[in-house]
Design a protein around this ligand. Structure first.
Ligand code: PHE
Length: 457
């Protein structure tokens, strides 16, 4: 047996891989959070929810529910150093295994359609160089969004994701995130500055930033803001839990949770500062608030086409940033599934990543051939399962796990957070479960509506 301290474990199991640096973990977690959710999902859901009214609820939900939930996932991952199924079994017993399985299923389902959308994104980035943006974006989207060409880009994107996850935590995931995330932020920042100079930007800002009080109390807006907060922060399906399982036990989780959440919100907010001025400058608001999954892929290419040469450059950068965000998020989705297979069956990383990646890619063909299926799987996994997962996770950490949450969160905590922790645990115990339960009630209705709508054609 090897003399290295980490592998001197009595069992023959190889030591768990850890992140190379703290910054590497933060970038990978931010990479998981920042993705299509920040631009594609955020902008159309924000438009549907009345822009600023949605934004306002969204900020509240991140602070009230998002950060405490992220802490729940991070603690469980760091403590057990296991992927979701094993982690929940270890701290809660067999009864919690199904929740771990739900996490894996959710990761599987989300990645299956996420990859199709990422495929559209890659295609727009590539075509902005080769042929430019389409004159008739609606018709063009109809042609490329479903069918054989969507399949090809979907498979290409899955291959890229598998390629990174296969290589491992440090050499694959961490290295990719360290390069890709800072570039993404720079691109989106540059685009937001550019958009500020468009004619009509003011109107876009007004829609985005001035709340219409009437919509604030709309249960659908509240439900959507919550589900979007979970989706965007990668919560409710074990991604943060899995990433935290590669952390050493003395990391300050509180600091990390705040950093990750701020970074994620920051990029979504910046993306809004790009999308809304562009959309209003070209009078395309109808397209966006028509709020189909295609909104961003119809209105923005149309806008870029109208802008001639500069549009090609700006459009390229936009879709490049989007693709980058998509890759680092997809990595985390596949990692949840892969690490569970590794931990539960003892299979090697390479085989687990390739095998599960192929299954997900195959299931994703359904979404690649039909955007209605894509919307349906998103309504089920993205809007409903994440809320169920979040509710169960808050109950687990607040009430069920065999460890004291205050003590766990205090481990490694800096001075700034130490005294706040009992308050956070009160939130986790008494505020999260009832609030998320109410939201689940609305989510069930909305998802049921999406399912019946789908079958009614
Ligand atoms: N947070 C990612 C995004 O905004 C999507 C995601 C959801 C990733 C859940 C992992 C887990 O695009």
């Amino acid at each position: 047996m090897s003399p290295s301290p980490r592998s001197s474990d009595a069992s023959a199991k190889p030591a768990r891989e850890l992140w190379g640096t703290r910054w590497g973990f933060v970038m990978a977690a931010v990479g998981s959070a920042v993705g299509l959710g920040n631009m594609w999902r955020f902008s159309y859901i924000a438009a549907e929810g009345g822009g600023a009214a949605f934004l306002f609820m969204y900020i509240i939900m991140i602070a009230l529910l998002g950060i405490p939930l992220m802490l729940c996932e991070l603690t469980v991952g760091r403590k057990t150093q296991l992927s979701p199924i094993g982690a929940l079994r270890g701290l809660g017993g067999r009864a919690w295994v199904p929740l771990g399985m739900l996490f894996v299923l959710t990761g599987f389902l989300i990645l299956s359609y996420y990859s199709v959308i990422a495929g559209w994104t890659l295609r727009f980035a590539a075509e902005s160089i080769t042929v430019g943006f389409p004159e008739n974006p609606g018709a063009h989207f109809g042609e490329i969004s479903a069918g054989l060409s969507a399949v090809v880009w979907h498979l290409a994107f899955m291959a890229l994701t598998i390629g990174i996850v296969m290589v491992g935590v440090q050499k694959g995931i961490e290295r990719a995130a360290l390069i890709l995330m800072p570039s993404l932020v720079l691109i989106v920042l540059g685009l937001a500055i550019w958009a500020a100079f468009l004619d009509g930007a003011g109107e876009g800002y007004a829609f985005y930033l001035l709340p219409d009080m009437g919509q604030l109390m709309d249960p659908t807006v509240i439900r959507q803001a919550t589900a979007q907060a979970f989706f965007s922060l990668s919560l409710g399906m074990g991604a943060m839990l899995t990433f935290a399982s590669y952390l050493s036990k003395d990391t300050d989780l509180n600091q990390e949770a705040v950093t990750i959440s701020f970074a994620d919100f920051g990029v979504a907010f910046l993306a809004g500062l790009v999308v809304f001025p562009v959309v209003f400058a070209l009078g395309l608001q109808g397209d966006v608030s028509a709020s189909t999954v295609g909104a961003l892929f119809i209105s923005l290419p149309g806008a870029f086409a109208d802008m001639g040469g500069i549009g090609r450059l700006v459009g390229f950068l936009f879709f490049l940033a989007l693709s980058v965000g998509a890759v680092t998020s997809a990595i985390s989705l596949l990692e949840v599934v892969t690490s569970s297979i590794i931990d539960e069956t003892g299979m090697g990383r390479r085989n687990a990543a390739i095998g599960m990646g192929i299954l997900i890619a195959l299931f994703g063909l359904l979404s690649a051939f039909n955007t209605d299926v894509l919307g349906l799987v998103d309504a089920i996994a993205g809007d409903l399962f994440l809320v169920i997962g979040a509710l169960a996770m808050s109950i687990f950490v607040g009430w069920a796990m065999k460890a004291d949450p205050v003590e766990e969160l205090r481990r490694g905590a800096g001075k700034r957070f130490y005294s706040l922790i009992p308050f956070v645990v009160v939130l986790i115990r008494f505020v999260l479960p009832p609030v998320i339960a109410v939201i689940l009630f609305f989510a069930l209705q909305d998802t049921w509506g999406a399912i019946t709508g789908f079958f009614a054609g």
